[in-house]
Design a protein around this ligand. Sequence first.
Ligand SMILES: [Zn+2]
Length: 62
Amino acid sequence: MNTTIATPEYVALLEHGTTCPTCMAMDKDGKNLGLPCEPGDRIYQAYRQTLRGPAAPPQTGA
Ligand SMILES: [Zn+2]
């Protein structure tokens, strides 16, 4: 029962996905274009971090 918790990161991801014109961009057939969105990607990464647990060490890259 840990998949229904609305964390701030999850809420931010939902809000971004429903308000960001870049993430919502569709072609004329109504198919999401999946455009790259830097703010959206950062929000998504932050959300994924919450799935791994709060004790996950920060990733400093290679
Ligand atoms: Zn976006």
